[in-house]
Write a protein that binds this ligand. Structure first.
Ligand SMILES: [Zn+2]
Ligand SMILES: [Zn+2]
Length: 407
C-alpha cells in the first residue's frame, strides 16, 4: 500500500492523505491551515474517491479546490456534508474580505455536492479494489474514521476523541493492519472532563451571581452545541450567536448522530438564538453569550467584548485550543487583543477551560494498543515523537509532507 501526505503530516492543519493500492486510490481530507492567509496542501492528485473525516476547516477547507481541476466521488456522513457548506462559503467570504487569493469558487463547492455519496457508520461499500468501512470518530457529530481494506487494511482516524461527552459517544477501536492516527495531544493529557465542567459551571455562577455576564467564545461546529448541553441545567439565561446557530439547525434536523437527539432538542430549546443587530443589543441582557469565533478572530464575539470590555464583573471564558497569532492566544498570554485593528486590554475576567475534543496522550496510546496494528503512522501533530516511548514494540512511522512511502 502506498501512502503520501499532501499535508498535515508534521503539523496540525491541512490534512490530506493519499492511499493507493493496485489500481485504486483514495484521498482522506483536503484541509487548510487556517492562517492569514490560509495555507493549502500540495496540489491535488487524481484519485477515485475523496473521503472526508469531519467538518473542521483543517480537514475540509481545501476540498472544493480538488474539483476546480479534477473529479472524484465524494464520501462523508450526511451530517458532515451538511455542516461543511456554511464553513466553506464563510471561508470564501473571508478570503474575499481580507483580499487573499481565492483557491476555489462557489461553483466548486456545488461540484462537491454533485459528487456526494452518503456514508453510514458501520455500513461497508466498495470503491474500486477497496472495501470501505466508516466508523464514528467521537470528535464532533458526524466525524468519521475510514477503514480501507484491500490486501491489507488501513484505518485513518482523522481527529478522534475516545471518551463519551454530553453530546457524543467516544470512538471505538477496531482491528486494522495499518493505523494512520492524529497526534495533536502527544505528550499531554487533559484534565478530567467532569472536573473541567464543574469548574466552568462554578466560575460562571460566581460571575453571574455578582451581576456580570459571561462571554463564551466558541467554535461553531460541535462546541457550541456541547456548551448548550452542559449549561442547560444551570437555569441561566443563555443566548447563542454566530455560525453556531446554522450548525445547531443542521444538528436538529439530522437524526442518528448525537448521543441523545431528544435530549439535545430539549436543551437547545432553553437557549435563545440571536439574529441581527436588534437582537444583539438585547442579547447583552443575557447571563451567558455563546458565540463565534472561538479564537476571537472575527464574528459577533468581538462586538460583545467591545461593549463589555470595561466591565470588571463580566468574564471571557475560553474553552478551545488557541492557535498562535490569534486574538485568543494573545488575550490568554498578555491580556490584550485587537478589535477592528485597534489593540484593547479588556478589564473583564479571563480564564481557560480545556474542553478539547482530541484524545490526550494516554487515550491515544490506549486506542493504538486496542487497534493493535502492524504499523502505526503518526500525523496531525507537532510533537509526534513524544508518543514513541509508549509504543515500544510497534513499528511506528513519522512521515513528512510530500514523501511517498510503502506501508
Ligand atoms: Zn477537528
Ligand atoms: Zn484537525
Amino acid at each position: 500500500m502506498k501512502i503520501k501526505f499532501l499535508g498535515g503530516a508534521e503539523e496540525v492543519g491541512r490534512l490530506a492523505v493519499k492511499i493507493e493500492e493496485k489500481n485504486s486510490s483514495v484521498m482522506v481530507d483536503y484541509g487548510v491551515v487556517p492562517d492569514k492567509p490560509p495555507k493549502y496542501p500540495m496540489p491535488p492528485e487524481k484519485v477515485d474517491g475523496l473521503f472526508l473525516t469531519h467538518a473542521h476547516l483543517d480537514h475540509c477547507g481545501g476540498l472544493p479546490m480538488y474539483y476546480h481541476s479534477l473529479d472524484a466521488k465524494f464520501y462523508s456522513t450526511i451530517l458532515t456534508a451538511n455542516s461543511i457548506k456554511p464553513l466553506l462559503l464563510d471561508s470564501l467570504k473571508i478570503a474575499g474580505l481580507e483580499g487573499y487569493p481565492q483557491m476555489f469558487n462557489s461553483d466548486d463547492v456545488s461540484m462537491l455536492y454533485d459528487h456526494f455519496n452518503e456514508a453510514v457508520y458501520g455500513e461497508q461499500f466498495d470503491l474500486g479494489d477497496f472495501r470501505v468501512t466508516p466508523q464514528s470518530a467521537g470528535h464532533i457529530p458526524g466525524s468519521t474514521m475510514w477503514k480501507f481494506e484491500n490486501s491489507q487494511s488501513v484505518m485513518v482516524t482523522g481527529d478522534i476523541y475516545t471518551r463519551d461527552t454530553m453530546l457524543l459517544n467516544g470512538a471505538k477501536p477496531t482491528k486494522a493492519d495499518i493505523l494512520v492516527i492524529e497526534s495533536t495531544y502527544a505528550g499531554k493529557n487533559h484534565e478530567e472532563r467532569g472536573q473541567v465542567i464543574s469548574r466552568l459551571k462554578s466560575r460562571i455562577a460566581e460571575v453571574v451571581d455578582d451581576g456580570g455576564k459571561v462571554i463564551l467564545p466558541t467554535f461553531a461546529v460541535g462546541r457550541t452545541q456541547e456548551l448548550a448541553m452542559i449549561l442547560a441545567d444551570t437555569g441561566y439565561d443563555i443566548s447563542i450567536d454566530g455560525m453556531g446557530n446554522s450548525i445547531t439547525d443542521i444538528y436538529m434536523h439530522t437524526n442518528g448522530f448525537l448521543r441523545s437527539h431528544s435530549e439535545f432538542l430539549k436543551n437547545i430549546k432553553k437557549t435563545r438564538k440571536i439574529k441581527g443587530w436588534r437582537m444583539r443589543e438585547r442579547a447583552l441582557d443575557s447571563d451567558i453569550i455563546i458565540t463565534t469565533s472561538g479564537m476571537l478572530d472575527g464574528g459577533p464575539v468581538l462586538g460583545y467584548i467591545d461593549k463589555l470590555q470595561n466591565d470588571t464583573k463580566s468574564a471571557i471564558f475560553l474553552t478551545g485550543y488557541q492557535v498562535e497569532n490569534t486574538n485568543g492566544r494573545s488575550l490568554l498570554e498578555n491580556g490584550t487583543m485587537k478589535i477592528a485593528g485597534v489593540s484593547v486590554k479588556p478589564q473583564m475576567k479571563v480564564d481557560f477551560f480545556d474542553l478539547s475534543a482530541h484524545a490526550g496522550h494516554d487515550d491515544l496510546i490506549r486506542f493504538i494498543k486496542n487497534v493493535d496494528p502492524q504499523k502505526v503512522i503518526l500525523c496531525h501533530g507537532e510533537k509526534r515523537e513524544e508518543l514513541l516511548h509508549d509504543l515500544d514494540g510497534y513499528d511506528v512511522m513519522l512521515p513528512m509532507n510530500g514523501h511517498e512511502f510503502t506501508a
